[in-house]
Write a protein that binds this ligand. Structure first.
Ligand code: OOB
Length: 540
């Protein structure tokens, strides 16, 4: 069994009695559609179309092959695929035999993948020849030397390790193979993080499935829903809020897109009659601009009924333009891979939809907003968000020290967000965690600072958020250089980081050289002062 921090007995019992936890594996989502609508269109990827029966057959093939190799309960997998149909096929295949995947982002590079491998010691890695790391066999050899028994690649010619081949040449599931029980870990979500190493979030079938079923209700997903999957497919927003899994649950259709870039997406929306699209704020801004530039484009979005926006702060002025310019409704989403998801409701008054990030999914989501002493603040006063509930995790994977800081004695998780409650709805107004939210992509400051000081000429580094008109935030690294060292150029610094194998979205957008870093009264780096200096700079 894969270890995780369980909910206390009394709460677990309450969640079962309330009907939240139904003790079914997530694969029941597919099984139910296979029984009810096997020929309905489940998934579209370019010119390829998959019915629920296809999705079932392909995932069973892969599951059978993996199980025949001895994979099963307690095993883990590292998956790194772009937004293609195979992402969901592989996800269900692994869950069918109780193997728990980590779905790395396609933008992740050697450093991130190596860290996930270190943490979960996967027996199988599923990746793509399209990715730089898998273009030749060097990294594959490293993985093998590190204990990975099976590497399956999309776009590979050798049938022994071609994902395409394993998907189409199955066999029978060995006796005894099957998903893990509902109460156990189904897979790992990735934390946006604020620490030196990325943390993994074990999600159980029960908790994840509940968040999906409830989201389907709240977002009005039905079998007529045609869902655009343009953000990274493995992200919690795209996967479960209500996400592709919510759409499968309702018997609708998921349409893959390689990025949220407006011109390709508009064509997909028009061709596939998309009704629902989740986007991060910078992508919405690009969509709005594309229609403003060429009003005739709006006709391409005719079928679009609902746009979900979340992942980062969404300016009210931009929110108001969504219905006006794109001709669809808006639903704001404030969620986290750790669990808690808030939505504005479809029947909320426009003021609530435009100015808040909504309220929790569940009547049993407990949300506290507290001051620095941990005391609840009154409505209208900003405070730190703490939460526990039927789909909010209880601990990062194998991270006792970090867990001790992220949870209180009652099991409340401190998300690091500063929020205000008004009329029952939440507004996100700030952040305590040491993270940069670059248009929805999260960067843990400490991770990049640690990499920067590995440069021989750098003694101290501090990464902070700088305001940015398009992305909301960009990252700026303040650096103190070793005495006597010459100036370092931005390209040289970026090269240093890229050579360490970090994902490109984490590279600082700007560098500032300072004689020393300002400190607070208790001797910590005064990041607020650094941020303020950037705000002043932007204003000037
Ligand atoms: C989503 O999940 P993560 O894990 O990538 O990031 C969570 C963090 C939150 O703690 C908050 O800091 C920020 O992203 N965030 C927002 C926001 N939605 C997320 N900040 C302001 N306004 C929003 N609407 O980002 C995520 C997961 C599920 C659904 C939607 C987003």
């Amino acid at each position: 069994m894969i270890e995780f921090s369980p909910w206390p007995q009394d709460l677990a019992q309450r969640y079962r009695e309330a009907g939240y936890w139904i003790d079914q594996p997530l694969t029941h989502i597919l099984d139910a559609q296979l029984a009810a609508n096997p020929e309905a269109e489940a998934l579209v990827c370019g010119s390829r179309r998959f019915s629920y029966a296809d999705l079932d057959r392909l995932s069973c093939n892969l599951a059978a092959r993996l199980a025949q190799q001895g994979l099963g309960h307690g095993d883990t997998a590292l998956v790194q695929l772009p937004n293609v149909a195979e992402f969901f096929v592989a996800f269900f295949a692994l869950l069918r035999i109780g193997v728990a995947p980590v779905n790395a982002l396609f933008s992740h590079r050697r450093l991130e993948l190596a860290e996930y491998v270190r943490q979960i010691a996967p027996r199988v890695v599923i990746a793509s020849r399209q990715h730089e790391l898998f273009r030749d066999d060097a990294f594959a050899e490293e993985l093998r030397a590190g204990g990975v028994a099976h590497l399956l690649l999309l776009g590979e010619d050798d049938p022994q390790r071609s994902l395409d081949h394993w998907l189409t040449h199955g066999g029978d599931l060995p006796a005894g193979a099957g998903p893990t029980p509902g109460g156990e870990v189904a897979f790992f979500q990735l934390s946006g993080g604020s620490t030196g190493t990325p943390k993994l979030i074990p999600r159980t079938h029960n908790d994840y499935d509940y968040s999906i079923r409830a989201s389907v209700q709240i977002c009005g997903v039905t079998s007529a829903t045609r869902f655009l999957c343009a953000l990274p497919a493995g992200h919690n927003f795209t996967m479960s809020s209500p996400g592709a899994l919510g759409v499968f649950h309702a018997g609708g259709t998921v349409v893959m897109a390689s990025s949220p870039e407006p011109l390709t997406c508009f064509q997909i929306v028009a061709r596939e009659r998309i009704t629902m699209a989740p986007l991060v704020p910078p992508a919405v801004a690009l969509w709005l601009r594309a229609v403003e530039e060429e009003p005739a484009r709006r006709a391409m979005l005719d079928s679009l009924e609902l746009m979900l926006v979340g992942g980062a702060s969404f300016a009210e002025a931009t929110a108001r333009r969504v219905p006006e310019l794109l001709g669809c409704r808006l639903q704001q989403v404030f969620g986290m891979a750790e669990g808690l998801v808030n939505y504005t409701r479809l029947d909320d008054p426009p003021e609530v939809i435009f100015t808040t990030q909504g309220r929790p999914i569940s009547p049993d989501d407990e949300v506290r907003i507290v001051d620095e002493d941990g005391c609840d603040v009154p409505d209208g006063t900003p405070g730190a968000l703490a939460t526990r509930g039927p789909y909010t995790f209880r601990g990062y994977y194998r991270s006792p020290e970090h867990n001790a800081k992220s949870f209180d004695a009652e099991g409340f998780y401190y998300s690091g967000d500063v929020v205000v409650r008004q009329g029952g709805n939440l507004r996100v107004v700030g952040r305590i965690k040491d993270q940069i939210n670059r248009g929805g992509e999260k960067i843990a400051a400490e991770e990049i600072e640690n990499l920067l000081v590995r440069h021989p000429d750098i003694t101290h580094a501090a990464l902070v958020a700088a305001p940015d008109a398009h992305l909301g935030e960009k990252s700026c690294a303040f650096l103190v250089l070793r005495e006597g060292s010459g100036k370092l150029s931005s390209p040289a610094l970026r090269r240093h980081l890229l050579e360490l194998g970090v994902a490109e979205y984490k590279l600082p957008d700007r560098f500032r050289f300072v004689p020393e870093l300002p400190l607070t009264a208790v001797g910590k780096i005064d990041k607020r002062r650094l941020r303020d200096s950037l705000v002043a700079e932007t204003a000037a």
